[in-house]
Design a protein around this ligand. Structure first.
Ligand SMILES: Cc1ncc(COP(=O)(O)O)c(C=O)c1O
Length: 424
């Protein structure tokens, strides 16, 4: 692997410190391509293999304990063993799995979601955020009788709806036209080129996988106005961002999309996706009136429903959401202060942030330069040596069990990094 001599030394130390992870992945590679069944987890020279988790801590196969600052790419909001969640799961298990029928649980979780997210009148459950977005696009196309979708360069809506990075053969063949994030002119151009054909705009209110790039003031409001003017629906993909406020970013921004997709933490750590929105659009799925059939063996599985209910009812209350995101904003400010003299910065909002190897403003994915000095890679390995786990691409997400002690530990580790590499 190429890289600066410092990075090479870091990687050598990493390799020496993690023989069990390396061995496990080698063995796994016999039956899983590259030992992997989830692409995002891979990094060179080999990723860590975890043996378990507790609260906000993770243990790996070589006996290291890490503070978890990745939180399952935002899904592990509740940490790894929240008592309210584990109690809900054990109670649901004791009551029997796979009941081949409706239960009371799905309506309870749906009610909590409708009460929480002001733009949602009705919901459908799916097993992932990806599926929720596929369902959203199907609903929008059927409702409008139109075929095209506007999405954004850098947008990520799941493994088969990825406009982030090189074009992928994995994408589903929807007629997607890409515009540029934070550029309303580019959206208007697409509407003009495809007059009367656009069913919906699909947008993340903050670009997540592309590096926590925030929408500039007026951009999302502009999308709302434009979609209305052109008779298209507005779909907010809040799979990642719904944790950023008690009612998601849509509430924080005061914008009412027609449809919204959710997932990640909403199932209390179990597989989960949600499509919600206006009743007249959602009514297409009402089986009493025919219309769209939306199947899915596990759509209402009792574990997801029970853990999701416990999470929203008992743990991630409106107050908890405000508190966690205020902590995240404070932490990001502290980290950026520490990195102020380096070509590095954290972007993001509230409890989700991303490190970038530049101090210049970032308003689109094109503004993120390649990590020529390997600073972001160095930071990743430096943090592992300090007992802190994050994503190599620079994503950090806070979970509820993190205390001030762990947040301070990240700030101190960042100070040590700045002292060690700041003069390069
Ligand atoms: C904004 C956004 N949409 C959709 C998805 C896909 O969700 P899932 O991985 O549950 O399919 C993700 C996952 O990271 C996401 O960040």
């Amino acid at each position: 692997m190429s890289g600066t001599p410092e990075l090479q030394r870091c990687i050598e130390r990493y390799t020496q410190a993690n023989p069990n992870s390396a061995r496990q992945l080698e063995n796994a590679a016999r039956v899983l391509p590259g030992g992997n069944t989830r692409s995002v987890l891979f990094y060179e020279p080999f990723p860590l293999v975890m043996s378990g988790g507790n609260g906000c801590f993770l243990d790996d196969l070589d006996g290291h304990r890490y503070v978890d600052f990745l939180a399952e790419y935002t899904a592990a909001l509740y940490g790894h063993s929240h008592p309210a969640i584990t109690h809900a799961l054990t109670t649901a298990m004791a009551n029997g799995l796979n009941l081949s029928a409706h239960t009371e649980l799905e309506a309870r979780l749906a009610t909590l979601i409708v009460e929480r997210f002001s733009c949602i009148e009705q919901v459908r459950f799916t097993n992932s955020g990806t599926e929720a977005n596929l369902l959203a696009l199907a609903a929008a196309k059927a409702y409008s009788g139109r075929s095209r979708i506007i999405a954004f360069n850098g947008g990520y809506h799941g493994g088969v709806l990825s406009f982030h990075g090189p074009t992928t053969a994995m994408n589903v063949p929807h007629q997607v036209v890409l515009a540029d994030y934070n550029d309303l002119h580019s959206v208007e151009r697409v509407f003009q080129e495809h007059r009367g054909e656009v069913a919906a705009i699909l947008v993340e209110p903050m670009l997540g996988a592309s590096g926590c790039i925030c929408a500039e003031s007026g951009f999302l409001e502009g999308l709302r106005a434009m979609s209305q003017a052109h008779g298209a629906l507005l779909i907010f993909d809040e799979v990642m961002t719904s944790r950023l406020g008690p009612g998601g970013l849509q509430e924080k921004l005061g914008i009412h999309p027609d449809l919204i997709t959710l997932g990640k933490y909403l199932g209390g750590g179990m597989p989960c996706g949600v499509l919600g929105g206006r009743k007249d659009i959602m009514a297409q799925f009402d089986p009493r009136h025919g219309g769209l059939s939306h199947a899915g063996t596990f759509n209402n599985n009792v574990l997801t429903m029970a853990a999701g209910i416990a999470g929203l009812e008992q743990v991630y209350t409106r107050e908890a959401a405000l508190h966690l995101n205020a902590r995240g904003d404070r932490l990001r400010g502290q980290l950026n202060e520490v990195l102020a003299k380096m070509p590095m910065q954290f972007t993001g909002q509230g409890s989700v942030m991303n490190l970038h190897p530049t101090a210049l403003p970032i308003r689109s994915p094109w503004d993120i330069p390649p990590d020529r000095n390997n600073l972001r890679d160095l930071f990743f390995f430096h943090l592992l040596e300090c007992g802190i786990y994050s994503a190599r691409r620079g994503l950090f997400a806070l979970s509820l069990p993190l205390t001030e002690r762990e947040l301070t530990r990240l700030v101190v580790a960042t100070q040590a990094f700045a002292e060690r590499y700041g003069g390069r």
